[in-house]
Design a protein around this ligand. Structure first.
Ligand code: CS2
Ligand code: MG
Length: 419
């Protein structure tokens, strides 16, 4: 009698334009579940963790026992948390939820509470080395139907800055210049981190003028977001927040490094700009102070880096008690499997805020066959059973792993800084 026991599990590493790690679990009765395990710049660490330390423990377990499997892998490892461990657990968790929904013959969101909205408001990444390029990028994304826009800009005097594709060849897929890929591959596998130079004072002088220009060009209504990408001290973050208040941002993201949540107490005391943080967090415990003291307005984790659907829903429910909303991290280094998981949660959670949407390249979407769709500024997970994503194994095999590193930031005097 076929059962839902786990018969096999395998790690699929593929690089259609960028590296992805995917876990595929198959049950005795042939039901397949997928989980995203991609950790940008450290992919193989998770692939090995899964292959050598997790998969041997999965065979024979009942795929239906999602919570027990999660606790078994989390507490059983003894060494808890961290991006590698939690990405591996996340992949197992996503795959088991995919299987459970397929066995129930339902789209996953139906197991997460059903539909709370018609679709998930998405925000796109607009960027430009200068105002003219930035305006073109904003118009391009408005024309694509986006109703919320993240604005990242070059800084006079700096050659390259996080979030701004210097050119179509800058890691971006041709014709997709504005959804740039920050991890740089190297010729012949000799990848090394690109080093960028940063100047906080030049940035703080420049950014308010950019938002002034964007508001006067595009009006007061358009939700605008900005990512400071962990680069500021609490005082600098407070200065930036206060300088951006006239431009009514939807959120200012990662204004300080994430290790010290108490830094946000200072920022909160000096500015009313909405704050979002957490894409580098990997556990609900990282948010304890931020949520209980209401130091943020949005939690930013990605399902792939935070223990999967089980843990991310617990985080969202914890945040909801304090009136805090979700804004799950959805860059191109979260695979279409991970992004699909976000959309099922986004549809069901009452305290949904907004969903980041960096468009995956055509090469990626040839490997990952998705059923989610973007309509009228909102993302919809689709009605296929499970997560609604399939992986084309033949297409995946055509794209061998290609080591890539995220950039390293240095100040003008050479001091390493947050990228
Ligand atoms: C960024 C990410 O999307 C964002 O908010 O912070 O693109 C981040 O730079 C990448 O995920 C790093 O791999
Ligand atoms: Mg970010």
């Amino acid at each position: 009698m076929p059962t839902t026991a786990i018969a096999s599990a395998e790690v699929i590493v593929t690089s259609p334009g960028r590296n992805f790690v995917t876990l595929q679990i198959t049950t005795d009765d042939g039901v397949v579940g997928l989980g995203d395990a991609t950790l940008n710049g450290r992919e193989l660490a998770v692939a090995v963790y899964l292959a050598d330390h997790v998969i041997p423990l999965l065979k024979g377990r009942d795929a239906m026992d999602i919570e027990d499997t999660w606790q078994y892998l989390y507490r059983g490892a003894y060494w808890r948390r961290g991006p590698v461990t939690m990405a591996a657990i996340a992949a197992v968790d996503m795959a088991l939820w995919d299987i459970k929904a397929k066995v129930a013959e339902l789209p996953l969101y139906q197991l997460l509470g059903g539909r709370s909205r018609t679709g998930a408001l998405a925000y796109a990444h607009a960027s430009g080395r200068d105002t003219e390029e930035l305006f073109d990028s904003i118009r391009e994304h408005l024309d694509l139907g986006y109703r919320a826009i993240r604005v990242q800009t070059g800084v006079p005097g700096l050659d390259s800055v996080y979030g701004v594709a210097a050119s179509a060849g800058d890691g971006a897929e041709e014709g997709d210049r504005y959804d740039y890929e920050p991890a740089r591959r190297g010729a012949g596998g000799r990848a090394r981190p690109v080093e960028e130079t940063w100047d906080t004072r030049a940035y703080l002088r420049h950014v308010p003028s950019v938002f002034e220009a964007v508001r006067s060009e595009f009006g007061a209504e358009l939700p605008l977001l900005h990512d400071a990408h962990h680069r500021l001290t609490p005082r600098e973050a407070a200065q930036l927040g206060r300088s951006l208040e006239p431009y009514d941002l939807f959120w200012l993201e990662d204004c300080t490094p994430a290790e010290d949540p108490t830094a946000l107490r200072y920022v909160r005391d000096h500015t009313t700009v909405p704050l979002a943080i957490g894409e580098v967090f990997n556990s609900i415990h990282d948010y304890q102070t931020l949520i209980t003291e209401r130091l943020v307005d949005y939690v930013r984790s990605a399902v792939t880096h935070t223990g999967g659907i089980t843990h991310l829903k617990k985080l969202a429910d914890f945040a909801a008690i304090y009136g805090i909303k979700t804004g799950f991290h959805g860059p191109t280094d979260v695979s279409p499997v991970g992004q699909a998981a976000h959309l099922h949660l986004d549809l069901a959670l009452h305290n949904f805020g907004i969903q980041e949407h960096m468009r995956h390249s055509e090469a990626t979407l040839e490997v990952f066959r998705t059923s989610f769709r973007f309509e009228d500024g909102r993302l919809h997970p689709g009605e296929r059973m499970g997560l609604g994503v399939e992986i084309d194994r033949d297409a995946a095999r055509e794209h061998a792993y290609d080591p890539a590193y995220l950039p390293v930031n240095r100040l003008a005097d050479g001091t390493v800084h947050d990228w």
